[in-house]
Design a protein around this ligand. Sequence first.
Ligand code: NDP
Length: 239
Amino acid sequence: MSRSVLVTGGNRGIGLAIARAFAESGEKVAVTYRSGEPPQELTDLGCLAVRCDITDPEQVEQAYKEIEEKHGPVEVLVANAGVTKDQLLLRMSEEDFTSVVDTNLTGTFRVVKRASRGMLRARKGRVVLISSVVGLMGSAGQANYAASKAGLVGFARSLARELGSRNITINVVAPGFVDTDMTRALGEERRAEIAGQIPLARYAEPAEIAASVRFLASDDAAYITGAVIPVDGGLGMGH
Ligand code: NDP
């Protein structure tokens, strides 16, 4: 298939692995990046890299215009961009809370809303949101992040009901701990402690998250919508 695919935050980590997986399947992939220069690998893969901070509605609009011009309307959207700003509740500032929600939840709302226009017109579309096991289990010191990631579930399930009759599916992937910059920031001791709680006793590789995302965008997943797929080595079982 050669669909127009957009991955937000596709310049590194899980987003880059998702972009790679779709590009290797022959799709037309666009990624957004917020800062720095996109890696050479994206060019080598033939991906279009567009600068866009998803907290800015104008940048989101501009990015979509550029992508639509070059690849046509987005048919598969993967809302992956996200941030953490960990802090215990009493030390968590208003800004720590609202900025994480603005990126992870409201930013996702912005990109999904914009993509839905073309999908409604085409009467088809696939949307995958990257949440987290933490949104379902909770995590001390991550109330802002967990709230934003749990919010994605209600958002997706509402849209599954709203958009399903137009042949648009929207699903959530909830990764556990994945080996990326985000978790490398935790430090060796904390990383080892977390690995000890994971039934599969290791962190995920970004490609293992990408495989589930690609499945949800494939024909084989045509009848799956409103689902939350855990890809967490068993960490969140029962949630
Ligand atoms: P990284 O920190 O490695 O990458 C985050 C990506 O999001 C970067 O591309 C970053 O851009 C982008 N981004 C952040 N803020 C914005 C913004 N305001 N506008 C546009 N892009 C933005 O994270 P991961 O790859 O680890 O995580 C990807 C997603 O997976 C996130 O949503 C995360 O919450 C989720 N996740 C990660 C887990 C993990 O263990 N790593 C576990 C569960 C979920 P830039 O390079 O410019 O900063």
